[in-house]
Design a protein around this ligand. Structure first.
Ligand code: NAD
Length: 326
């Protein structure tokens, strides 16, 4: 694929692939997310100018990283996609414009906190928790059932004997993260760079005792296989997941105008530090499922939702000052 690409694009591919490997496979990034995002946005801009440079194996076309060999692989029946992201209000207004162009002006959004953890999928058969998996590369993830069973907020049995696959984010609460790093410091072990890497490192352990000790939590926000007969909106889907006793973040809100979306962003930008878990942005989703279908997906992400990312908090010097590890 690479022969017809200019050298600087090939270099960008290699650099981004290397960073992705460190981040998704080793849970041990060598650069802050802002640097990764800067390079990724640079590549996206180049590909916009030169669509002929978009190859199927470009980092812009891929979701996450490949599964670790040590784990049994799980194929996702319905691919687990990533999310497009924007970094400014103008870009968010562009998203809104694209949505309205496609589905008309009658649009309601649901705003949610973008939990800074890792995407997981949970399968229940006849109401019993049978399989937990990471997103991996979107098509193939890792079987982490043994570790997810140690997450206390996850029910192992649902109140109804149903077959469903629900999706969400596993995360490490701030308190658990601070405690873990304090202990590691005391034991002169390398520290985790952030709660996201700590959560990923803790769930991708072969020994569930280690995951159990790390006190992880989960919020669910979507579904793969789910009986949607009577569910017409994303908000109702969240309510149905919650009604099954599964943990759903309580801060989600329906917004009927972009002003309301911006108010939500402002509110949680201010509340962010006080939350007991890390968030790295706000996800804005089209509520109506018929409109979601009309909008469809790109290869990498749905066109009906977008992540507004908060400005970077991490600074290179912090990351360089501490070592990171699984
Ligand atoms: P992402 O983290 O930008 O967003 C997609 C993910 O958001 C979903 O897969 C889901 O797990 C999560 N999410 C959290 N709350 C959600 C909600 N309410 N609704 C829907 N999804 C929700 O995308 P990504 O592809 O997982 O990763 C890209 C991120 O990883 C970027 O921030 C990038 O900077 C970082 N990254 C960093 C490095 C590095 O070297 N530092 C390398 C690769 C990627």
């Amino acid at each position: 694929m690479e022969e017809r690409l200019p050298q600087h694009v090939i270099d960008l591919h290699r650099q981004l692939n290397q960073y992705s490997y460190e981040y998704y496979v080793e849970d041990n990034p060598s650069v802050p997310d802002s640097e990764y995002d800067r390079l990724m946005n640079g590549l996206l801009a180049l590909e916009k100018q030169h669509p002929e440079w978009i190859t199927p194996d470009s980092p812009t076309q891929r979701v996450g990283g490949n599964p670790l060999k040590a784990f049994t692989k799980v194929t996702h029946e319905i691919p687990m996609l990533s999310l497009g992201d924007v970094f400014s209000e103008e870009e968010l207004l562009d998203f809104d414009r694209r949505v309205r162009q496609a589905v008309g002006d009658d649009v309601t959004y649901v705003c949610e906190l973008k939990i800074d953890g890792l995407a997981i999928s949970l399968t229940y058969e006849k109401g019993n928790f049978v399989l937990g998996a990471t997103r991996g590369n979107g098509t193939v993830g890792e079987d982490i059932t043994h570790n997810l069973k140690t997450v206390r907020s996850l029910p192992l049995v649902l109140p109804e004997p149903i077959d469903i696959e629900v999706r969400g984010e596993a995360y490490m609460p701030k308190k658990s993260f601070d405690k873990l790093n304090e202990e590691r410091k005391k034991n002169e072990e390398p520290l985790f760079a952030n709660p996201r890497n700590a959560a990923a490192g803790s769930l991708r352990q072969l020994d569930p005792k280690i995951s159990a000790k790390r006190r992880l939590s989960v919020f669910l926000y979507s579904a793969g296989r789910f009986n949607r007969d009577r569910i017409k909106t994303h908000y109702d889907l969240l309510e149905s997941i919650r009604a099954l006793g599964l943990p759903v973040n309580p801060e989600s809100r329906r917004c009927r105008t972009m002003e309301e979306v911006f108010d939500y962003i402002k509110e949680y930008t201010e509340k962010r530090d006080a939350l007991p878990y890390g968030i790295d942005g706000i996800v804005v989703k089209v509520d109506d499922m018929a409109q979601q279908q009309q909008l469809g997906n790109t290869v990498k992400s749905p066109r009906w939702m977008i992540a507004y990312k908060f400005p970077a908090e991490e600074v290179v010097s912090t990351l360089e000052a501490i070592e990171v590890s699984v």
